[in-house]
Write a protein that binds this ligand. Sequence first.
Ligand code: NCD
Ligand code: ZN
Ligand code: ZN
Length: 385
Amino acid sequence: MRLPGLIDPHVHLREPGATHKEDWDTGTSAALAGGFTLVLAMPNTQPPVTDAATLNMALDAARSKARCDYAQFLGAGPDNADWDRPTGLPLQAAGLKMYLDQTYGPLRLDDMTLWQEHFKHWPKERPIVAHAESRTMAAVILMAAIYDRPVHIAHVSLREEIMLIKAAKERGIKVTCEVTPHHLFLSQDDIPALSGATAGSVVEERPSAATVQKTVGVRSGQSEVRPRLATKEDVDALWQNLDVIDCFATDHAPHTLAEKDGENPPPGFPGLETMLPLLLTAVDAGPFGFAQGRLLTLDDLIQKMVINPRRIFSLPEQPETWVEVDENATYEIRAAQTHSRCGWTPFEGWQVKGRVRKVVLRGKTAFEDGKVLVEPGYGRNIREK
Ligand code: NCD
Ligand code: ZN
Ligand code: ZN
């Protein structure tokens, strides 16, 4: 079966600054292995990407190391909202990322007057993406309404969030959203197993790593992710409202196993190499009992992983680009077989149906039978003229 090259609008490639977790080479290799030919990289690096100097740091690394196509987000900070200066900087970026709740990295904006400054000055022809959970999400949707410009909500995980986005869309507010595979396939019921505990341990609602550690007495970093894994009811609500979800995005957020199992584990799951097989398995079998009545179709996948992200983020078509999938291949997910540097996956041992066999990117075979075949530097910055 042949699919178009997939687009992941939300990945963390960790370069500059944390290349022991991932870099432009390993991250884009993982992308190709997962069927992605274009990824949009987040700015919460070290240093964070917030101006011309740091954007060039990231893009210089990408130029020599990326194996698939890409663009880089700029991050909204306390003193860089003057985007309409004649630098043209925003046009060189994938879009503007606003971190409005606590997550990994230093970029976080609390003051809503700063949000307004960014909404006022960021050019309308480039997207704004917000990490905004629950009531913070409601607040940023209000900004979009006030300034009458689009906002894209990252990693929606809660029933109350998807219902609010649905209502906002019905009112004509320009809001779009993405959902990650881990919020579709995992709930807080999986936290004990991810933490290495036996199933059935009781944990409170939306527990923190520290709470799980106290409750089940194990290392729990491998269940830490932002937004936190939610309830089964939240997961069901996402499956029930697939038509409200514009994109599937991995939020590929690699941290090493040592970091995940250590003190103060950083939040984040890798996802580039497991999203397509998980979704294809859901298409094939019905989503593991989660979706009562709502089935995912192949057409949904193409809409949410190619057509919609291309429109929302103003991305070009990639000529002579496609993915060959063996839709009948059944196998177990194994971190040992992945290309990401982080070395683990929350889906270890999951049985999936549907394997990426070959990826052709701009006329060249970029991946085939487990091997990445294009050199570092083959990837292009799609924002470069
Ligand atoms: C992300 C990371 O590690 O950079 N972590 C996460 O849990 N999702 C940050 C983010 O996307 O919020
Ligand atoms: Zn986030
Ligand atoms: Zn993220």
